[in-house]
Design a protein around this ligand. Structure first.
Ligand SMILES: *Cc1c(COP(=O)(O)O)cnc(C)c1O
Ligand code: SF4
Length: 400
């Protein structure tokens, strides 16, 4: 029996007085000592507020706000370099002139074509066989300037219409071919525990055919105190099998983050990492090696590195395809295999995730057509050519 779910994500509107507007106030702030909801209310939502705590904050035009809101948790602001405008965390979260001068892609609001694959009346994107993306929230704790879902994530209250949530659960329950549900948004953890408990509980009770229940959340990184024993008990109760977190630079890994990741792991949840390849932030082999080694040290498996999508105002972050191939080659063979993620570009207009894979092994037809040869190249650039075997398979008719 479907139950109507009341969805009220955390109250996002901050009262000015709750903000930490001086450096001294920010330095003295201990995010362990306050509820995550209160920290949410203390978020900086205008660049002028950040000028009180950081130097060299760009005076961006107000038009930036009409395109994408600004939100930074105090915890995240503490991780930012006070003086360096090129700090990899500042680059991700502070608006810049680049968003105005290189707006680009203005018409590509939904460049991944997610709306075309959204089941009408729901917030379920059903693009791939047997699995769905369930967008449960329209907001995040801290807003990334390169966000691929800018068209929806900037909503001030973060609410996905509750009838859409109910209809989404109905859809999952009524389609037994769905065996994998990925909760995302925005950030599913912007919900209060009881709401999350209700959504997960309904999926588990009404859709026993769902074999894999997972969640993507950057809040674990942006506001680690969101992870509480109560939340972990909910994840365990509903057998959430995987939580994917999103980290782009080793500077985002702190003792507090490590501690809260361990709490999630103790609830029996496998953890993965996703990263966006961002110019100036992590488009460097040493930075990526360090990031992925630090994450597997925590028992978090690097899963995907995404190219920056062609969203408006994110032009300056885009790393060209050939550079992404070089970055991949700087990882494979050079660091532990489990620390090497798959690199992905999302095809324009709904093509979906496409792996970016350098070619190490190439089978070519021999000139006389009598068989094939395999040209191999290893991570260090050594090569070998071997005879193609298994000739009982049909030979390729062309080489590429
Ligand atoms: C990324 C994504 C998924 C999950 O893809 P996996 O490769 O299985 O992790 C599912 N649906 C949509 C629409 C997605 O974008
Ligand atoms: S965490 Fe993800 S969904 Fe949220 S603002 Fe950043 S990129 Fe967008």
């Amino acid at each position: 029996m479907p139950v109507t779910i009341e969805i009220t994500p955390v109250e996002a509107s901050a009262t000015h007085s709750s903000k930490l507007l001086t450096r001294a106030a920010l330095d003295a702030y201990d995010s362990r000592e306050e509820s995550w909801q209160k920290q949410f209310q203390r978020r900086y939502t205008h660049h002028s507020e950040l000028k009180g705590v950081l130097n060299q904050v760009e005076d961006v035009n107000e038009t930036v706000y009409s395109k994408f809101a600004i939100a930074v948790t105090p915890y995240m602001a503490q991780l930012m370099d006070r003086d360096d405008p090129n700090c990899p965390i500042r680059l991700q979260y502070l608006p810049s002139f680049n968003e105005e001068t290189k707006p680009g892609f203005a018409t590509l609001l939904d460049q991944l074509g997610e709306e075309g694959d959204t089941v009408p009346g729901t917030s379920v994107v059903h693009r791939y066989p047997r699995r769905v993306l369930f967008l449960v929230s329209n907001t995040c704790a801290t807003l990334c300037r390169f966000c691929t879902r800018k068209r929806m994530v900037s909503q001030p209250d973060g609410a996905v219409a509750k009838d859409h949530i109910t209809a989404s659960i109905d859809y999952i329950a009524n389609n037994p071919q769905i065996e994998d549900v990925l909760l995302s948004g925005g950030d599913p953890l912007t919900f209060a525990d009881d709401r999350l408990d209700e959504i997960l509980g309904q999926i588990r009770s009404r859709a026993p055919h769902v074999r894999f229940l997972r969640m993507g959340s950057r809040m674990v990184v942006q506001l680690p105190t969101r992870i509480t024993p109560q939340l972990c008990a909910i994840l365990e109760k509903h057998r959430v099998q995987m939580v994917n977190i999103h980290i782009n630079h080793p500077k985002e890994i702190t003792p507090l983050l490590r501690e809260r990741v361990k709490m999630i792991q103790k609830a029996g949840v496998m953890m993965g990492l996703q990263t966006v390849c961002l110019k100036g932030v992590n488009d460097s082999v040493p930075v990526m090696r360090e990031l992925f080694m630090q994450t597997i040290e925590m028992g978090v498996r690097p899963y995907y590195v995404y190219s920056t999508d062609m969203v408006e105002g994110a032009h300056h972050f885009i790393v060209p395809h050939h550079r992404m191939l070089e970055l991949y080659e700087g990882l494979r063979g050079w660091i532990s295999g489990p620390a090497v993620p798959t690199f992905i570009v999302d095809g324009l207009g709904g093509l979906g995730k496409l792996p970016i894979i350098p070619q190490y092994v190439k089978e070519e037809l021999l000139p006389d057509g009598s068989g094939t040869t395999i040209k191999c190249r290893n991570y260090a650039g050594q090569t070998v050519e071997m005879p193609g075997l298994g000739q009982d398979y049909a030979l390729p008719t062309h080489s590429n």
